[in-house]
Ligand binder design. Structure first.
Ligand SMILES: *[C@@H]1O[C@H](CO)[C@@H](O)[C@H](O)[C@H]1NC(C)=O
Ligand SMILES: *[C@@H]1O[C@H](CO)[C@@H](O)[C@H](O)[C@H]1NC(C)=O
Ligand SMILES: *[C@@H]1O[C@H](CO)[C@@H](O)[C@H](O)[C@H]1NC(C)=O
Ligand SMILES: *[C@@H]1O[C@H](CO)[C@@H](O)[C@H](O)[C@H]1NC(C)=O
Ligand SMILES: *[C@@H]1O[C@H](CO)[C@@H](O)[C@H](O)[C@H]1NC(C)=O
Ligand SMILES: *[C@@H]1O[C@H](CO)[C@@H](O)[C@H](O)[C@H]1NC(C)=O
Ligand SMILES: *[C@@H]1O[C@H](CO)[C@@H](O)[C@H](O)[C@H]1NC(C)=O
Ligand SMILES: *[C@@H]1O[C@H](CO)[C@@H](O)[C@H](O)[C@H]1NC(C)=O
Length: 202
């Protein structure tokens, strides 16, 4: 009974020791978030590295923005380079396009041959928290596309006119040949009747 009690106590001690180590480890790796993440009105605060915002402190006004290498709206089919600029300590970047996570992990993300408008997010994860920024990359239809469409339309109209013209001239030809045929038949009939009248004389 006494032996089991001692063993239980030892186990508890070991667990407590482990927790203490872990706590120290976290504290050291963060080197206290205080100076990195918070703006404290009291300069000499001897605060713990606890979670949450310490007393008399506010979280720093961190900035995350996306810069685009061309003005909006961008030309359809062009390549667009987005740069995520931030001032977070050791922030790691994630890009999202239309809410789909992208493979890119660096500060610049390229959209090749953009076709339609997209919403792009830059999420920055850091010891001070996750901060993000989003931008809508608007796309305008390229002018050369309009020109191509006009050309195609004009070509189609020309082809149509040509086809109609052909049809009209063909039909006219048919009508004429039919008229000629009828004329010939009539001539033949006339000859026949003449022959008939001639034969009836005999
Ligand atoms: C800040 O701390 C330093 C030493 O850590 C001390 O000498 C100084 O008086 C403190 N200042 C205030 C305003 O408490
Ligand atoms: C850290 O926090 C604990 C309890 O929250 C407190 O007892 C201790 O005095 C604090 N240490 C400092 C340096 O403020
Ligand atoms: C916060 O500010 C108040 C008033 O200036 C001061 O009395 C208090 O000691 C401060 N707290 C800490 C943790 O510095
Ligand atoms: C810290 O807070 C002060 C006043 O509250 C403000 O003027 C200053 O711009 C802040 N600094 C940062 C980096 O947020
Ligand atoms: C955040 O960005 C704005 C605009 O670019 C700038 O005026 C401000 O100083 C920046 N704040 C910080 C804390 O860098
Ligand atoms: C943006 O960068 C891409 C890739 O280098 C380039 O193709 C595009 O022309 C650039 N846009 C502008 C407006 O410079
Ligand atoms: C960022 O991380 C590297 C290693 O991952 C470390 O050496 C450096 O001190 C860190 N910088 C900050 C500002 O936390
Ligand atoms: C994108 O940013 C705007 C302005 O900052 C915000 O109102 C909107 O909720 C954001 N959208 C998403 C999906 O985060």
């Amino acid at each position: 009974m006494l032996g089991r009690g001692i063993m239980f106590g030892e186990a508890l001690l070991i667990i407590v020791g482990l927790l203490h180590l872990l706590d120290q480890g976290i504290g050291q790796s963060d080197t206290c978030k205080l100076d990195k993440c918070f703006n404290c009105s009291v300069s000499n605060t001897s605060q713990n590295c606890t979670n949450g915002v310490p007393e008399n402190c506010t979280i720093k006004a961190f900035n995350v923005t996306i810069q685009i290498n061309s003005s909006l709206p961008v030309d359809e089919g062009s390549n667009v380079i987005l740069t995520c600029v931030h001032d977070l300590p050791n922030g790691s970047i994630r890009w999202m396009k239309d809410n789909v996570l992208q493979e890119e992990r660096s500060g610049t993300y390229e959209i090749k041959h953009i076709i339609r408008s997209a919403v792009v997010h830059c999420d920055v994860e850091s010891i001070c928290g996750v901060f993000n920024y989003n931008v809508t990359v608007e796309v305008k239809a390229a002018n050369n596309m309009v020109i191509i469409l006009i050309c195609v339309g004009a070509a189609a109209a020309l082809l149509m006119m040509f086809a109609i013209g052909m049809k009209i001239s063909l039909r006219r030809g048919q009508v004429q040949s039919q008229a000629r045929k009828r004329q010939r038949q009539q001539n033949m009939e006339n000859i026949h009747s003449t022959v008939n009248t001639v034969t009836s004389y005999y």
